[in-house]
Design a binder for this molecule. Sequence first.
Ligand SMILES: [Zn+2]
Length: 155
Amino acid sequence: MAIFKIITNEDPILRKQSKKITVVDDRSKKIIDDLFDTLYNTDTGVGLAAPQLGILKQIIVIDTGEEEPFALINPEIITSEGEKDSEEGCLSCPEDYGLVKRAERITVEALNEDGNPVTIEAEGFLSIVLQHEIDHLKGILFIDKATPVTKDKQV
Ligand SMILES: [Zn+2]
């Protein structure tokens, strides 16, 4: 079990494009375990992307509490439909909140943690979390898209 320090937005590593995983092996499984351990060490996290641990690989983990937790390798959004305002925060931008325009429904192709291809059709909260985490793999933070970004925690 390894809990990492989550990298915050001053660090330029979060702006870098993550690399595709070419072989799914024990190293990718270790990254997935570390992502879940680190995610579950937070109070509020529902997803985490490898670059947030300083690892520039295309791996994300998601646990919204609405479905079984899962990991995706090399996720790619292949269709998106509709538009939705999403109120977001990020473990890497601990003081920032803002409204982001997201697609309402998406289809994602990826590999699961065993290296098998999976297709996920998502809407609602899961769709938002997937879009947020996949952005991390491209070096994009929600604060780049959000209006307005506020430093005050609005309850
Ligand atoms: Zn984030």
